[in-house]
Design a binder for this molecule. Sequence first.
Ligand SMILES: [Zn+2]
Length: 396
Amino acid sequence: MNSMFDGVVIDPGHGGVDSGARGKDILEKEYNLLISKYMYDRFRELGIPVYITRDSDITLNPSDRVNKVLSSFGNDPNVVVISNHLNAGKGDGAEVIYALRNSSRLANDILNNIGNAGQNTRRIYQRRLPSDPTKDYYFMLRDTGKTEPLIVEYGFIDNDDDLRFLKDNYKQLAEAVIKAVLEYKNIPYTDPGTTISDTYKVMKGDTLYGIANKLDTTVDELKKINNLTSNSLSIGQILNVPVKTIDTGETELYQVKRGDTLYSIANKYGITLKELKAINNLENDNLAIGQLLNVPSGLSLVSSYVVSPGDTLYSIAKKFDTTVDNLKKANNLTNNMLSVGQKLIIPLVEDTTYVVSAGDTLYSIARKFNTTVDELRRLNNLTNDVLSIGQILILK
Ligand SMILES: [Zn+2]
């Protein structure tokens, strides 16, 4: 590790009784936690010492928060603190606030990278305490000793365009910050899904090209993660080797509603309970209404199905308007046996789902698609007739 870098503290702003800013259907504390947990995992993947001030929806008062920051890697200028927030009020775009004791360089790099990720950018700035202008206005900057803290406001929660961008691109925004921190500290950055978790000892006759081929990577990737400026190698040299991790694919956000369980959400998106927990780093089955979860994006909704108790190939085929033979073929099944939790690929068919829009009722949808309210309730495990805009209903 670079000697001028002790580690990163990630601080998801607000939490618990303090929701932060409010948008139409989202609380700032939830978004902050989501982007922070992603960031935390990525720093770990990159081999950077990292600490997070909260990893669940708990209340932290300012002194708790500051104590956590100062006790993580010490009261040291080589500790970077990223406090994640969303703005509210009139405006759009991202802002970065940096401490009076620090230069503007990292704040600038972060804002530039956020801009490159496609988000509007407003400004970087410092703010002074009116009662004592030698001090920072924000406690996260004022009371965090000698560390290098930054408050990153990713956009305005009450601006529809910003909110849409934030929901679709929070991982890219997190990557923008991560990249800036690594550039600032001269540490090589690698794309998500690549971890440096293995090494290779150069043997006689090895070339970068040969090693790259053998290890299923590229010469560029090897040079990047090993800080190599030329292609020459020496026998016995130890190279870092990238290891690809499992790609969870494109995800979008799902907001937990009353009555949801992890199991029902996993089912809805055609993934297993285990997969849902893994992509959200959940250690238990607790859910809170309004909580944001990563779920596979749109397409996989109709392309896979997780077997529930009582399912048969026949019932599933019927549900998805396909045949037992098609299901068996798509899943390479040699017999009709299913096990609960098994994931099946559902051959795509048209018009099996419907996205609820304003004014829809179960009755109007049933009429439109020539089915019944009861059938819709059954297929979608609905316990009442309340629909929300954007909700996806299985029709057949
Ligand atoms: Zn905030």
